[in-house]
Design a protein around this ligand. Structure first.
Ligand code: SF4
Ligand code: SF4
Length: 195
């Protein structure tokens, strides 16, 4: 069900069920969607910050993809297998505020198990909805490539990552401020007098 204020049931990705849905994850996301829908009218600033983050992620994606093309094909220890990653609360806020599809389960896996979104062709998730810790990860091999490209190129890429990081903190702070502030009630919504 979706209200006038926003979606109260999130769209989960992918719709074809390639990655199995986790019911507990779905319930948590429905609860978050309902909470944000209740406060949607007060969340304009948080949504504007999320839009900025999305624009910066869209700019960052081809730069990171170019780095991956240089380094990943022959990587002896791919980070999607060796690193433990997860979708954090800020990732979820970002996706919910923009009504982007939500991954169907958490990205975490056991030690040395690959991430559930990993396929033979790389990550199944569209870049925008990947965990931020994956999007912003620059491994040592990639740092070496950046170093060869020179300081301005490295500073530009790392600067974009830093800006997104700061905006994620701003976005969460803004949501927390709005959601925890007592809601104003209009006189018509006050309890009727029994006298
Ligand atoms: S990003 Fe780095 S660690 Fe990850 S697969 Fe590519 S080369 Fe390997
Ligand atoms: S979500 Fe994608 S990029 Fe992140 S670890 Fe999993 S497969 Fe790799």
């Amino acid at each position: 069900m979706n209200s006038l204020y926003g979606k109260t049931t999130p769209s989960l990705w992918p719709e074809n069920g390639v990655v199995p849905l986790t019911p507990q994850w779905q319930e948590s996301n429905c609860a978050l969607a309902r909470l944000l829908a209740i406060h949607r009218r007060a969340l304009g600033k948080a949504i504007a910050v999320a839009v900025e983050i999305r624009r910066d992620i869209d700019e960052l994606t081809p730069l990171m993809a170019a780095l991956c093309r240089r380094t990943c094909r022959f990587c002896p220890e791919p980070c999607c297998i060796s690193n433990t990653v997860w979708i954090d609360f800020r990732d979820l806020l970002f996706l919910h505020l923009l009504e982007e599809p939500i991954p169907p389960c958490q990205a975490t896996s056991g030690p040395d198990d690959p991430c559930p979104f990993l396929s033979h062709h790389g990550c199944r998730l569209p870049p925008r909805i990947r965990p931020w810790m994956c999007i912003q990860y620059v491994c040592p091999a990639q740092r070496a490539v950046l170093k060869k490209r020179g300081r301005p190129a490295a500073a530009s890429l790392l600067g974009k990552i830093e800006r997104i990081e700061k905006n994620r903190v701003r976005m969460e702070a803004e949501v927390t401020r709005r959601v925890t502030r007592p809601m104003r009630t209009s006189p018509s919504s006050s309890p009727a007098s029994s006298g």
